[in-house]
Ligand binder design. Structure first.
Ligand code: ADP
Length: 379
């Protein structure tokens, strides 16, 4: 057996009424708890289980008490778990296990299931005790998997639809173009006006479909993350923004930026979208945008700050949705996809994107990218 040998059972000291009362209270709290609770002594023996643990693992209390914890762990993981468990008593702390990768537990009937375990530590009368708060995360895992499968299907659907729609639309715009070239000047004014409206509608539709296609394609990109200087990524975005910066006489500045692990061309799109928005939604004679990055230990947080028109707090949730816009397209042209795409890209890097803003006082968009050393763990 990989776990250490058992120690004598925990015994309450006789005659110590207060302690006994405390223990009775504690036990009834644990009994009422919604999740499984079990206590393990230094020897790896189970010294307490609540009713939920019995139900979860399919053992009765009497079968579990005094047993080695190993009975609740599939054979192939026992050595791993044991070597993680042993040092726990040397340096006990409160921690949550299984959040990301998931721990696997074993029921009496041989069934395996994913769990999350919160570990805590108490000094018992017969030595230190590890308290495990066990949650069966089968349903949560299933829902998460279903959601991610549905998202993938939706993205696939969006990709197929946008691809399929492009072809008939090409025919429509092609023929509209032909009518224009062949019959312009021979039709009456009203017919020409109608045709113009149709042509404008078709070109808006074309842009939308292309945007939808680009959005869904991000999900399909095979991730290839490399160590890159984020300043180079920003530079790529700046090259594409040259015309806009010139037109609006904008000033874009930045602090030294770190080396990160990223998908360079995808992340360039994020910089480009955020900077372009900072310039576009800006009525200053010289729109100013500043980019910087802060080291937050496990991640870098980039910020793109502008002195533009700002965003009202009540729209905070909306603007990252596809095709959501707050301003009229006459004043501020656009399709409402830049932020949806940016969010998708940042999430593919296991980061988050958010912003702070006050109407009329500019906005700062933030996005985080996990640091290199954390990257493999979080991906
Ligand atoms: P688009 O720029 O094409 O409209 P986005 O998805 O990039 O689409 O942005 C969605 C909406 O969020 C914009 O239409 C605008 O109303 C608001 N927005 C985005 N960035 C800013 C900004 N820096 N300042 C003010 N409003 C912004």
């Amino acid at each position: 057996m990989a776990f250490p040998q058992a120690e004598p059972e925990l015994e309450a000291r006789e005659g110590d009424d207060a302690l006994v009362k405390d223990e009775i209270h504690l036990r009834s709290y644990m009994e009422a708890a919604l999740g499984g609770i079990l206590a393990i002594n230094r020897g790896g023996r189970i010294v307490f289980v609540n009713g939920h643990t019995e139900q979860m693992f399919g053992y009765s209390r009497s079968e579990l008490l005094g047993e080695n914890l190993a009975v609740l762990i599939p054979e192939r993981f026992r050595e791993n778990y044991a070597s993680a468990f042993r040092p726990y008593f040397a340096a006990p702390n409160v921690q949550l296990l299984g959040m990301e990768m998931g721990l696997i537990a074993l029921r009496k009937n041989g069934e395996e299931f994913p769990v999350e375990v919160g570990l805590s530590f108490v000094e018992g009368q017969a030595g230190p005790i590890a308290l495990g708060f066990v949650t069966d995360v089968t349903d949560r895992r299933r829902i998460r998997n279903d959601l991610s499968r549905m998202n993938t299907e939706l993205e696939h659907f969006a990709q197929v639809v946008s691809q399929d729609l492009q072809e008939p639309l090409r025919v429509i715009t092609g023929y509209l173009d032909l009518i224009h070239r062949r019959y312009r000047g021979t039709m009456n004014v009203e017919a020409e006006e109608f045709l113009d409206v149709v042509a404008k509608g078709a070109s808006r539709m074309k842009e939308r479909i292309e945007n939808l296609f680009n959005f869904s394609r991000i999900a399909a990109v095979v991730p290839s993350f490399h160590v890159v200087r984020s300043e180079l990524i920003l530079q790529t975005a700046m090259d594409d923004l040259k015309a806009m910066i010139g037109e609006k006489s904008a000033e874009v500045t930045w602090d030294p930026l770190p080396e990160i692990v990223a998908h360079a061309s995808l992340l360039a799109q994020v910089f480009q979208n955020l900077i372009a928005n900072g310039i576009k939604f800006n009525d200053q004679s010289i729109p100013r945008v500043h980019i910087s990055a802060t080291d937050h230990g496990s991640e870098w947080v980039f910020s793109v700050q502008d002195d533009g028109i700002g965003i009202e707090a009540r729209h905070f949730d909306r603007i990252f949705q596809m095709f959501e816009r707050l301003n009229s397209s006459e004043l501020y042209p656009g399709y409402g996809v830049g932020l949806a795409i940016s969010r998708k890209i940042v999430e593919r890097h296991k980061g988050r994107i958010w912003f702070e803003s006050k109407s009329g006082e500019g906005s700062t968009f933030y996005f985080s990218i996990p640091r290199q050393d954390n990257f493999n763990q979080v991906r």
